[in-house]
Design a protein around this ligand. Sequence first.
Ligand SMILES: Nc1nc2c(ncn2[C@@H]2O[C@H](COP(=O)(O)OP(=O)(O)OP(=O)(O)O)[C@@H](O)[C@H]2O)c(=O)[nH]1
Ligand SMILES: [Mg+2]
Length: 706
Amino acid sequence: MRPKVHIALIGNPNSGKTSLFNSITGLNQKVGNFPGVTVEKKTGNCILPENRDAVVIDLPGSYSLYPRRSDEWVSYKALMEPVSPENIDLIVVVADASNLRRNLLYVSQVIDLNKPVIVALTMMDLARKKGIRIDIEKLSAGLQVPVVPINPRKNMGMDALDKAISSSLRLQKHSARKDFILSETLAKEAVGEVKSLFPALSDYEAVHFLINHESFALSETEQVNIENIEKRNDFNHTRVQAKDIQQRYTRIREIMQSSVEEPDPEKKKLFSEKLDNVLIHRTWGYLIMLVVLFILFQSVFWVAEYPMNAIEWGFGQLTHWLGQVLPENWISNLLINGVVAGLGGILVFVPQIMILFGLITILEDTGYMARISFLTDKVMRNLGLNGKSVMPMISGFACAVPAIMSARNIENRKERLLTIMITPFMSCSARLPVFTILTALVIPKTNLMGFLSLQGLVMMGLYLLGLAMGLLVAAVLNLFIRIKEKSFFILELPVYRPPRWKNTLLTMIQKARIFVVDAGRVIMVISLILWALSSFGPGEKRETISKAYEKLIKNDPANQKTYLADKNAALLEHSYAGIMGRSIEPLIKPLGYDWKIGIALVTSFAAREVFVGTMATLYSVGEGADENSTTLREKMKSAVRTDGTKVYTLATGVSLMIFYVLAMQCMSTLAVVKRETGSWKWPVIQFLYMTGLAYLLSLLSYWLLK
Ligand SMILES: Nc1nc2c(ncn2[C@@H]2O[C@H](COP(=O)(O)OP(=O)(O)OP(=O)(O)O)[C@@H](O)[C@H]2O)c(=O)[nH]1
Ligand SMILES: [Mg+2]
């Protein structure tokens, strides 16, 4: 079997690499209309003509081979690493034809690495609209590599690209070409010495070894050798970089003069550019942004209400039906009250999650998300953040895990760290089920001034509390974290594009599926464990209780129902779960919680959405099947403490909601923070301060409302 071919896709941010990757591999990696969507290396397979198997590697965008952001380093290392796991056989550089001059800088640098290169020219449609005319053949001759115009958004030009790839691979060795930049002008002696150590390197690769060898996986002696070469030749990084870029632009101007016709840039403005006169206007811009965000969050509640009601009704019917057809035993009980109730509790939220993800995808796809970053930069900067922090924060309302990864797009280390630290405060979709059930329990269903729903306002308040706390914490951490690095905001504003509806729909379905499958799995497992823990207990205690109640019932059959209820409560208290709950009760009692809530808090540290399933299991263990028809909400509503007072009072409900807004209850988030910051220090700090804040504020709110 022939070895697989490795093809790397690189290029400027937002030039269409991932779109191309998706059309080649048939996968559905995230595409968005702002620079910095892809932040890690992604691979996929495809079959080239002549049945050659190929591995395609999609990489984060870069403006040049001098990386600064951590996502740029990912691409840089994939290209430069001397012992990279995949030896890249062919590089496809994706270049945006409507911004050719800037894109060619990176193209020219990559060409000088002396590997087989093909240039894929995207955005030809936009270039044409701007009146730019490109002579592909002349451009190809100037660059000395094949140039293929494509439109990966519309799947056009793929055959030509396939052909170019095949013929490039067939030429075992690519035709000799002249370097863009002659090493004589950069650092001839030093380059020569490096090349005598590593004969396989091109001149330009040698320059990069001199600049960045500390970041490469080289042996210690190799490192020392390169360092000595630097010293001996008085090698100056900054000067070499500056010279490199300057000379490249001179060459690029020459090449473009012969192959590209550009109209006067002032005369032909795209509609998109005119739109920005309003959308990032000093006053209108902000107003429009507030309206957009308001509509975004409101539609999550307004629009979702109808499908949610339908799902709730469906599950009610299902439970009722199961209660009638299944025999009355513990298996049916577990199925109906643990599994079906838990799943119902989760499925109800699918419409809200789909709408939220759908709207965020549309914001990203149209290019408006980048404008929100631009507009908020000034405010964010005062808090130690950056306009680019807004993208992770808004995606944090859906889920913190991808949101935290997207912070790689932030150049400044401190701003990136702060963004990572506060993103989990944004109320993610896993908190929705908890908020919804609790507001329904403790907030009256009334309207203020006739039209503002009180429950809706409380929901909004919870989201705002998370946001405000995040910003406050950022401002405080800003005073303590000592990383001094110059901060700047460079974000290329992408042209506005219509959203790709099919993709939006796919994203919505995909996210809903992940939510249901992942949450469903955890809920099943936890329901089973919890059911076992609350149905069995240590020692003889439970038997003694059972016997005592049976005697009572025998003596006084008229009161059987009360005795049975009391018996179940007493049994539950002496089960393993009951004992565990009791043991943490002293810690949570000041917040107004009983031991059942305590158990839910503990299971919620795996994932917040488990709250509902836990409650469903705890409130139904030991019940007969005839009680199945009451919903979890009703059961919680009628729950009482030992002294006969209600468990879910306003004070307890609010305190619990505040706890869920602020506490760090998500293993996946902690794991991703560890990975992104490279140490356990930050996730541990994050866990402690978030949970500490949650405890304090819940305590305060309970105390105030009690
Ligand atoms: N008009 C037009 N739009 C395109 C073309 N190719 C891609 N796009 C759009 O350009 C935007 C960016 O595409 P991506 O594939 O995410 O770009 P990327 O290079 O992977 O971006 P990063 O991952 O951020 O570096 C998306 O909105 C695409 O739909 C094209 O040829 N013409
Ligand atoms: Mg991408």
